[in-house]
Design a protein around this ligand. Structure first.
Ligand code: ATP
Ligand code: MG
Length: 189
């Protein structure tokens, strides 16, 4: 089974490229952000806790997200593979993912790191704010999320590199081109 991590700053297109991979390869897709937003909507215990962190642009505590992820993963283990979108976001989460997969005889197949300039990211997120109305897509919270990304999440790139699973893709203005490059990489696994 393929275990694909899709990685990048807020607005880097993780959801978009995940959808392309789902369509092409029939993977199951775990977006931790989408799961949390659904929990908030449903008014669950986890949702109630998550809401405050998300509104402030902060990360949900590692233990909560790790437990949730393992539960969702176990419902998706039939089929060609799983895409992890928005997880891991901290070194603790990355180590937990590695261990969770190892316990099941699995490993990270590849991490697709999406590299996009910060002005493009901001422009996309502000545009998305008008369409989707997400509580955390306003300029102030976006800046906080960038800050959280650079301090807590970006350091993971070196961890993936050391694990030998890092593959990088730089957005040069052409989404379809980027999709082709990503599909070629995944097809070669
Ligand atoms: P995009 O989806 O455009 O790439 P994003 O990565 O900022 O943007 P989501 O992945 O949807 O957005 O996450 C939204 C929020 O959900 C985060 O800011 C954080 O509060 C919470 N969250 C999602 N995944 C995690 C995680 N793995 N660990 C902790 N918090 C998380
Ligand atoms: Mg997303």
């Amino acid at each position: 089974m393929d275990n694909i991590v899709i990685f990048g700053a807020p607005g880097s297109g993780k959801g978009t490229y995940s959808a392309a991979l789902v369509e092409k390869f029939g993977y199951n897709h775990i977006s931790t952000g989408d799961v949390l937003r659904a929990e908030i909507k449903a008014g669950s215990e986890l949702g109630k806790i998550a809401e405050g962190f998300i509104e402030k642009g902060q990360l949900i505590p590692d233990d909560l997200i790790i437990d949730m992820l393992a539960e969702v993963y176990d419902t998706m283990r039939q089929g060609p593979g799983v895409i992890f979108d928005g997880f891991p976001r901290t070194i603790v989460q990355a180590k937990a993912l590695k261990e969770m997969l190892a316990e099941r005889g699995e490993k990270i197949s590849v991490t697709l790191n999406l590299i996009v300039s910060e002005d493009v990211l901001m422009e996309r997120l502000l545009k998305r704010a008008q369409i989707e109305g997400r509580a955390d897509d306003n300029e102030e919270t976006i800046k906080k999320r960038f800050n959280v990304y650079y301090t807590q999440t970006h350091p993971l790139i070196e961890w993936f590199r050391k694990e030998g699973v890092l593959s990088e893709f730089t957005f040069k203005g052409d989404k379809d081109r980027m999709i082709e490059e990503i599909i070629d990489k995944v097809a070669s696994l």
